[in-house]
Design a protein around this ligand. Structure first.
Ligand code: WQD
Length: 328
């Protein structure tokens, strides 16, 4: 199978590429390297430098002929999307439409979207299944929903099929240590905790410990990036088998609190990891946990690497491997 990954030099994309390469598929990686790393691009993959906002470059590469296109090239910082909506609409909406229309023009019929639990907004029931109301509370979440809606229309109007994978909280690293790239200046909980453990950030600010949860801190559904990556392979096979269109949640179905993540990180790293308990972060729900039963029924997908120990251990190993580079 020939698979083209837009945004394939990023954290998720690199792990997705590994899964396809492990089964000897042909992998193309299209990336502008604005956050992805050239060093993340596997030697066995074909690399195309480019920006999804450059529709001529997108069409040029798509015309090389691909069985499946996977779109992992969106900006993903929910908070930033509220401060810089133009950046998010240009890349996440216009850029994504360049990919969809490019596929139609180039005759690429199968499209996988990296989507997000952010399309749901504040949960009205838990666990969240795919029928849950879609009321995104940040512009990033809206951009994902907007692209999903366009995929639905194009699949009705053209010979074009898609799978949208709604990730919950992606975390962890390849257990064989094949991915060592770190995100610069992360905002997500686990990389922030790892930066404190590595001594490059003074402390963790815990955004609220007065939620109605097991210990008052926010609860999320952390899913290992290898589980996510395997979901993309199953989705590509699903499309290639002509099974139609699908929108599924990819989550571990387990909720973990900030405090539980922090306690596990202290145990595994042996570091004190200083934490300050501060005000809640605007827009944060108390708890967000997936139902992934539809992914299990439709794709045979199940999270198998998403224990809190595996997530923290694999992440800590990458921060230790980068320790030299990280020293202030
Ligand atoms: C997790 C928990 C915070 C940082 C975001 C995006 C979502 C998706 C995943 C792309 C929450 C707490 C965090 C910190 C903290 N992105 N926290 N101190 O907000 O669940 O989801 O990333 O698809 O769209 O919104 O992830 O890692 O920011 O927060 O206390 O310094 O950790 O309050 O409870 P979130 P997160």
């Amino acid at each position: 199978m020939k698979v083209l990954l837009f945004g394939g030099a990023g954290y998720i994309g690199t792990h997705v590429a590994l899964e396809f390469l492990d089964r000897n598929d042909t992998v193309g990686i299209f990336d502008n390297l604005s956050s992805g790393l050239r060093s993340n691009v596997n030697d066995q993959a074909l690399f195309y430098e480019g920006d999804i906002q450059d529709k001529d470059r997108v069409l040029q590469v798509l015309k090389e002929g691909w069985d499946v296109v996977i779109h992992l090239a969106a900006f993903k910082a929910a908070g930033e999307s509220m401060l810089k909506p133009i950046k998010y609409s240009q890349n996440n909406i216009s850029g994504s439409l360049n990919l969809i229309t490019g596929c139609i023009k180039a005759g690429v019929k199968n499209f996988i979207l990296s989507s997000s639990a952010a399309v749901y907004g504040e949960p009205s029931y838990l666990p969240v299944d795919e029928n849950h109301p879609k009321n995104p509370t940040n512009y990033y979440g809206y951009t994902k929903l907007c692209v999903e809606e366009n995929l639905k229309w194009y699949a009705q109007l053209k010979d074009f099929h898609y799978v949208s994978l709604r990730y919950f909280n992606a975390a962890g690293y390849d257990e064989r240590g094949r991915m060592l790239g770190l995100e610069n200046n992360p905002a997500n909980l686990i990389p922030v905790v790892m930066e404190v453990a590595s001594g490059i950030r003074p402390n963790l600010l815990v955004f609220g410990n007065d939620y109605d949860t097991v210990d008052g801190t926010g609860v999320r559904d952390y899913v290992h990036v290898t589980d996510l990556a395997k979901g993309h392979v199953l989705a590509a096979d699903y499309l290639n088998a002509g099974k139609g269109n699908l929108v599924v949640n990819l989550g571990s179905e387990e909720g973990l609190s900030v405090q539980q993540i922090l306690d596990t990180a202290r145990k595994i790293t042996g570091k004190p990891i200083d934490a300050q308990y501060v005000e809640r972060r605007a827009g944060d729900p108390a708890k967000l946990v997936a139902s992934s039963q539809l992914a299990y029924k439709s794709l045979g997908w199940k999270a198998e690497h998403s224990s809190v120990e595996t997530i923290i251990q694999t992440t800590w190993k990458v921060y230790q491997a980068n320790q030299k580079k990280l020293e202030p």
